[in-house]
Each structure stands twice: as C-alpha cells, then as structure tokens.
Design a protein around this ligand. Sequence first.
Ligand code: AP5
Ligand code: MG
Length: 214
Amino acid sequence: MNIILMGPPGAGKGTQARHLVETRGMVQLSTGDMLREAKDSGTEMGRVVAGVMARGELVTDEIVIGLIREKIEAGQGDGFIFDGFPRTLAQADALTELLEATGQALDAVIEMEVDDEALVARITARSTCGACGEVYNDATKPQPADGKCSNCGASDFKRRADDNEGSLRTRLMEYYKKTSPLIGYYYAKGDLAKVDGLADIETVQASIAEVLGD
Ligand code: AP5
Ligand code: MG
C-alpha cells in the first residue's frame, strides 16, 4: 500500500508517518528529512538547499524528484508513506510516472485538515531527537524529564532552522500557492480522504487507520 500524507507545515505528517512505520512496517519517504540529511552531511546538494529551506521556500522539483526516484526504484518495505511529497503538480505527475514504471499504485491521499493558528503554536514548540527523529512538542508531548529520548534514549534534541515565525509564514504561503491545488487534483482522481488533524495524536492515528481499512 502506498499513501501520501498531505497538509501544511505542522499538520502532523511526520508524527503520523512514524506511527505507520512502527505499526504497519511501511517506509516513510520524507523529502524534508532527506534534504536535512543532505544539508547536515555537507554534500554539494545540501549546501545548495540549505538557504532555500531556512527561508521556507520550496527546493527545485528536479532535486526532490531525483531523491524520490532513487527510493522508489530501490523499493523496500511494506509500501511507502510519502510525507511532504509531492508539493507541486510537476512532482505529482512525476510520482504517478514513477509508480507506474515500477508496477505500483497509489492507494490513498490523506489530507490532514488543520487551522493556521494551531500550526504556529505547534511549530514553535516542536523539537526532535537528533538520533532517531522522534518528534516532541513543548505543549502536547514534552521531552522526558530525564533528558533522554523515550524512543532511543539519546540526549540530543534539536530545533529546526526553519521553525520560526518568519520562515513559517513563507512555508504556509508556498503551501497554499503551490501544494494545496493538489488536493483538488487528487479529489478529482478519486484518491482523496480527509482527516481532522486538529484532534489529538491518537485520534488522528485512528482516523488514518480507518481510511486504510484497518
Ligand atoms: P518538511 O520537513 O516536509 O516540513 P513541512 O511540510 O513544513 O512540515 P513539518 O515537518 O514542519 O510538519 P509535519 O506535518 O511533519 O508535523 P509534525 O508531525 O512534525 O519540509 C521542510 C522544507 O524542505 C520545505 O520548507 C522545503 O524547503 C523543503 N522541501 C521538503 N519537501 C519538499 C518538496 N517535496 N518539494 C520542494 N521542497 C521541499 O508535527 C509538528 C508539531 O506538532 C510537533 O511538535 C508534534 O509533536 C505536534 N503534533 C503533531 N500532531 C499533533 C496533534 N494531533 N495534536 C497536537 N500536536 C501535534
Ligand atoms: Mg515533517
């Protein structure tokens, strides 16, 4: 089963993708995580994208399609969760072609509906474990009091360079200009399902499970 999790910055795509990895053995393909890895490992591509990402703008279609192509062609696990991809119509078309070329289908596009007010609060309170990527939130899922990640025990929490109000505004603008039109596109194709992304994390998990037919 291959699915897309779609929603603005802070909608909870990464949080829900990690749960699907744990419970269903799916493979999370987060283009944001892949780009951050490239940036942290100091590759040429990482240097090119660092400023673009910090400002909250979209990286070029060519770069992200290249990253996704490699992963789809490697084909592993029990289906892909596309997290933060596609973000433009060109990326959506490329995904259709890549799946067709490898004999796979897209089973569902899940839109996580949220309101913009909640996003600012979520994003500015987010931190992640630098070792395993577990996602925390100062308000709703605080870092453990002993300073160790509840998932892997590491003590290396990070905040993202683009998690500030200025960059978030640009990320939202990019989402509404370039990505939200894909919701109508997938609705017309008959692939779209909506879940209430403002509910608590467990309720969102249950809504997604229902969409996936569990
Ligand atoms: P990316 O990493 O994809 O960031 P994003 O889309 O801005 O989304 P986030 O990761 O910020 O949010 P999320 O929905 O994953 O929420 P999370 O689960 O963490 O992209 C970053 C940048 O990379 C882009 O700006 C662009 O530059 C580039 N890029 C990436 N992909 C690209 C592409 N395809 N094309 C071009 N450029 C690309 O949750 C957020 C917080 O809320 C956490 O603290 C969490 O604990 C909390 N939370 C989650 N769910 C709930 C809940 N139900 N209730 C309460 N709190 C919750
Ligand atoms: Mg994310």
